[in-house]
Design a binder for this molecule. Sequence first.
Ligand SMILES: [Mn+2]
Length: 479
Amino acid sequence: MSRHDATSPDQNLGGAELTTEPHDQDVPEAYAAFMRQGWGTRDLDLHREPVADRTAERRARIAEAFPDERLVLPAGTFKVRSNDTDFRFRADTAHVYLCGNLTSDAVLVIEAGESVLYARPRSSRSTDEFFRDRRYGELWAGRRPSLPEMSDSLGLEVRHLAELEERLESPAKTRVLRGVDGLVDATISPDPGRDHDFSRVLSEMRLVKDAWELEELQEACDITALGFADSVREWDEVLRYGERWLEGTFFRRARAMGNDLGYDSIVAGGSHATTLHWTDNTGPVTPGDLLLLDMGVEGRNLYTADVTRTLPVDGTFTSVQRDLYGLVLHAQQAGIDAVRPGAAFQDPHDAAMRVLAHGLEDLGLLPVSAKEALDPDSKVYTRWTLHSTSHMLGLDVHDCASAAPERYKLGDLAEGMVLTVEPGLYFQEDDLLVPEELRGIGIRIEDDIVVTAHGARSLSASLPRDPDAVEAWMAALRA
Ligand SMILES: [Mn+2]
């Protein structure tokens, strides 16, 4: 069985085919034979992963939802960036949620009350893989944990990946989390209805976070706050090199204390802020402008923050900037105030949009009254607010994306859910319907809010939002 994944055609299962390059040196048999001998043993010092105490209960829950079925959840594999250069591997969210494994190519199988992780073992010294394979060889890519080491650190049975094919080919009613591993997808014939249902339940079981997950999200927010502070501390370099410097500064903090970024940072100076997902980050940072920073650290256990601040490049807001910023802040606070158990998921959005629509009416921009604009059949104010106010947050930045509408978008909030509240105002540079002084201004303020027993708590409150506090914070960091 060889891997036939569109993104990585030369992958292989169990080392049957080596991942090599045309410029690699020839390997005469004398060299290969010499390489295979004379190696000692060296264990990896792995601790038991904290998630290992939680995954058995999670697996029991998903098994209960689909009794008498085989559930298959791949970790996924590498994606090529260019030729033989891959993007850094990041395991699939549902896979991580259910077994905690972070290594590539592994596949979790849950069936009849038992779970097995099929994983790629440590490179054997009896084949050429360890010194010749660029993607999986130990001397190229590092030492993978052995199967017993994996089993100890994750707290479940682990078998060789080469045994997976036989397991998947034995008859059973099977559901697969599709779109993660091309080989697994190709091995099991699709049943769109059943597989969609599986994906939906996997999303819905992550809607409510437990205490440990909330701690992980808090830590991600705390590291994110440090990354924002790093950015302001380096303001002279930011002015010199522009958006690119900030992207690098935040990434350094994300790597130093977390796993990675939860998503590509949005570093948007001036009118770039009116592009909602400006991730080119190639522009200047210009005095007199605003700078929109939407950045989040993914922690070591892959929970991510998602925070936005809009800062005055000069350290102080102009009066026009301050007025608009105040309007967005007022809208955001109205949204946060609407977060409580039993409220509709849409309530924070509706609360924030009421404030923004009335603010736009006060600015004389709406072609109709705010009341009329807020009618679901009109929504004309959305020309300047563009996006929804909230999304779930967790292991994915847009978490639980496959949940049924009635459990998420059209559902109610419950204690333990974590969502963003992030209204914005965006006046495009070429928008002839707004006064010239507003064109090219984009403002968004975003915090990560956990639904508590009686209300809400912000996980990102350590970063100032109030305009006076923002100015004081910037001044202190730049001093
Ligand atoms: Mn967001």
